[in-house]
Design a protein around this ligand. Structure first.
Ligand code: 5GP
Ligand code: ZN
Length: 115
């Protein structure tokens, strides 16, 4: 827990969020400013600022975020039509909250390349 981290506060329940999944390692909640009809974030409970700070020992945790994203997409009916998963790393890529989070977006057609 990092005192000034918004997502640590969501993970600990100090700040409310619309939780769609949680376990002892990670949680998923609705993005407050959705960029698609379905837009949730999947985060580890443990504070890691950016993908640059991930260690080799975090591989299972990171894999857990991705497999959970796929499971959530499936449960919400988006597996067939498709969905996008995104980690933004640092400000140049659009990261604004410095606690790693996997975006899961679905419910509309996505364009490529991303903006
Ligand atoms: P980033 O820009 O860092 O990749 O993504 C951060 C995301 O967190 C943004 O999509 C933003 O809308 C979302 N966000 C920012 N503050 C809050 C909040 O207080 N609650 C929730 N649920 N999402 C937030
Ligand atoms: Zn944090």
């Amino acid at each position: 827990m990092t005192d000034d981290c918004l997502f640590c506060k969501i993970a600990s329940g100090k700040i409310p969020a619309q939780i769609v999944y949680e376990d002892d390692q990670l949680l998923s909640f609705e993005d407050v400013n959705p960029q698609a009809p379905f837009h949730v974030l999947i985060i580890p409970r443990r504070h890691i600022s950016t993908l640059n700070d991930v260690q080799e020992g975090d591989a299972a945790l990171l894999g857990g975020l991705i497999t959970r994203a796929a499971q959530i997409a499936k449960e919400h009916g988006h597996a067939q039509d498709g969905y996008r998963t995104v980690f933004n790393c640092n400000r140049g890529a659009g990261q604004s909250v410095f606690h790693i989070h996997l975006h899961l977006l679905a419910g509309r057609n996505m364009t490529w390349p991303p903006g």
